[in-house]
Ligand binder design. Structure first.
Ligand code: CIR
Length: 253
């Protein structure tokens, strides 16, 4: 169960965020509105939300998930692999220090973005991507082991971050699309396939027995509801325009 979340208000420079999508530029006013609804959805899931002020120095700074991994035993400040995002960590550490005494760090030449990390109980799957390298994963696994947790690396090629394509819905269930459906690292889990045309909804988020699902993905909403979860839909279409999903907009702990 989670009790808290940290989010950061989108900045006006959001329109300059890194993107591979062909969906046009985000509209700032809409992004602000959608972000506020996202905060309300987190609160509805029982989380006490700390909302940080917009940081104009970093266009992608609203995607706070990538800059830290918050576990029950320790916090780990990552080292984003995107050069324009590396500096985001300095602003998040003092915030995390309000909640954690045990703070560890990924250091050069290691790179990790926590969108590549999926928690399954005490184990953390670490995707190797263009943003997370082997050195970063090795450092992270050593830190996890020191803190009575474990980690393992996952190779993939089709998406930006690991959690762009697969997310744990608890109770041994994975919600997945594409290459992850048949990935040998996840063969022990019960796979739930994201319906065709809705792959963006693979990034749905389990929070305290409810599941946040991006609006506009009715078949995925239906699938998750049939699994017995209360579905909470949130429109994050402005963030999708710059490759952001539901999970990246918060740190949950
Ligand atoms: C980026 O490319 O870094 C941002 N535009 C999107 C980050 C999305 N984060 C995530 O999936 N965890």
């Amino acid at each position: 169960m989670f009790s808290r979340a940290i989010v950061r208000t989108p900045c006006k420079a959001l329109v300059e965020g890194i993107t591979s999508a062909d969906l046009g530029l985000p509209n700032y006013e809409n992004a602000l509105r959608q972000h506020q609804h996202y905060v309300e959805a987190l609160q509805y899931c029982g989380l006490d939300v700390t909302q940080l002020a917009a940081d104009e120095s970093f266009p992608d700074s609203t995607f706070v998930e990538d800059v830290a991994l918050l576990t029950p035993n320790c916090a780990i400040i990552t080292r984003p692999g995107a050069p324009s995002r590396t500096g985001e960590v300095a602003a998040i550490e003092p915030v995390i220090a309000n909640f954690y005494q045990n703070i560890e760090h990924i250091t050069a030449p290691g790179c990790v973005e926590a969108g590549d990390i999926m928690m399954v109980g005490d184990h953390f799957y670490i995707g190797l991507s263009e943003r997370t390298n082997q050195q970063g994963a090795d450092q992270l696994i050593a830190i996890l082991q020191k803190n009575d947790l474990s980690g393992s690396v996952v190779s993939f090629s089709e998406v930006l971050h690991l959690k762009t394509g697969i997310n744990y819905l608890e109770d041994n269930m994975m919600l997945a699309s594409g290459e992850f459906l048949t990935h040998s690292d996840f063969s022990q889990f019960s796979m739930r396939e994201v319906p065709a045309g809705e792959s963006y909804a693979a990034n749905s988020v389990w929070i305290n027995g409810k599941v946040l699902v991006p609006a506009g993905h009715p078949q995925t909403q239906d699938l998750i509801a049939k699994l017995g979860y209360e579905v909470v839909t949130v429109d994050v279409s402005e963030f999708q325009k710059i490759d952001g999903g539901l999970s990246c907009l918060s740190l949950r702990f």
